[in-house]
Design a binder for this molecule. Structure first.
Ligand SMILES: N[C@@H](CCC(=O)N[C@@H](CS)C(=O)NCC(=O)O)C(=O)O
Length: 227
C-alpha cells in the first residue's frame, strides 16, 4: 500500500490510497473525522454585540463550524439570558452558553480554548505551536480581562445602564481616566491597537459573525468617544 497523495480540502484531509484493504480503514477514519467536525450536536445561546459571545463565535467561524450551527440569538431587552434553557446549564444566566453534545462549556475563554483543542486542524489552528509562543497568547488573553473590567464594564456599561439625566460628570471623568490608564498599559495613542482592529475586522470569520444589530447602523451614542 502506498499513499498516492494527501490533499487538504477545507478543514478535512483526504488520503487517497491505492491498496484496497486499507481503503475501508481510511474511509472509517475520514468518517470519524467528519463526525468530529460536525456542528449539528452543538448549541450556542448568544447576544448581539456581546464581546464574550463574539469570541467563541469567531473561533467557531475560523474552524468552519459557525455556518448552520444550531443557536439562539437572545434578546437582552427581554432578559432572555435568564430563560429556563440557559439557567438549566448556566446558573449565572449569562451568554454565551454553549453545548457540544452532552458537554456543557460556559465562560467565553473556556469555550474558545475547548474549540481550539478539540477542532484544530493544520489549516485552522489558531494557537501557535510552541509553549513559549503560546505563553504570550495566554498572557494577553488573561490580561485582556483588565480591558473588559476597566473599559467595558466600568465606562461603556455606565453609559448603557445609566439614564442620561442620572449621569454624573465627575464619575464619568474618573471612569475615563481609569480606562485611559488601562489602555496606556497596552500602548500610547493606540496605533497598534487600531492596526490590530483593522486586521481582525477584515477576517471572514469576523465578518460572518458581525453583530447583526450593528449592521443596522451606528447606535445613538458612542460610549467610548471620550477615549
Ligand atoms: N465571564 C463571562 C461573562 C459573560 C457575560 O457577562 N455575558 C453578558 C452579556 S455580554 C450577560 O449575559 N449578561 C447578563 C447578566 O449577567 O445578567 C464570559 O466571558 O463568558
Amino acid at each position: 500500500m502506498r499513499v498516492s497523495y494527501i490533499r487538504s480540502l477545507g478543514t478535512f484531509t483526504l488520503l487517497k490510497v491505492q491498496h484496497n484493504s486499507y481503503r475501508s480503514t481510511i474511509n472509517l477514519k475520514a468518517q470519524i473525522r467528519t463526525q468530529a467536525m460536525s456542528n449539528q450536536q452543538m448549541f450556542l445561546w448568544w447576544g448581539s454585540g456581546s464581546c464574550p459571545c463574539w469570541k467563541p463565535m469567531i473561533v467557531l467561524a475560523e474552524k468552519g463550524l459557525w455556518k448552520g450551527l444550531p443557536n439562539k440569538l437572545i434578546s437582552f431587552d427581554e432578559e432572555e439570558y435568564r430563560c429556563s434553557d440557559i439557567l438549566a446549564i448556566n446558573p449565572r444566566g449569562q451568554v454565551p452558553t454553549f453545548k457540544d453534545g452532552e458537554l456543557v462549556v460556559n465562560e467565553s475563554n473556556a469555550i474558545c480554548m475547548y474549540l481550539e483543542e478539540k477542532y484544530s486542524t493544520a489549516e485552522n489552528r489558531l494557537l501557535p505551536e510552541t509553549p513559549e509562543q503560546r505563553s504570550t497568547v495566554y498572557w494577553k488573553i488573561f490580561e485582556a480581562s483588565n480591558v473588559e473590567i476597566k473599559v467595558l464594564d466600568a465606562l461603556a456599561y455606565y453609559f448603557y445602564y445609566t439614564k442620561k439625566e442620572d449621569r454624573n460628570d465627575e464619575v464619568i471623568k474618573e471612569k475615563v481616566a481609569t480606562a485611559k490608564t488601562e489602555l496606556s498599559h497596552w500602548e500610547k495613542d493606540y496605533p497598534a491597537l487600531r492596526k490590530y482592529y483593522d486586521t481582525i475586522t477584515a477576517r471572514p470569520s469576523v465578518q460572518a459573525t458581525w453583530p447583526p444589530h450593528w449592521r443596522e447602523g451606528p447606535t445613538a451614542e458612542n460610549h467610548l468617544a471620550a477615549l
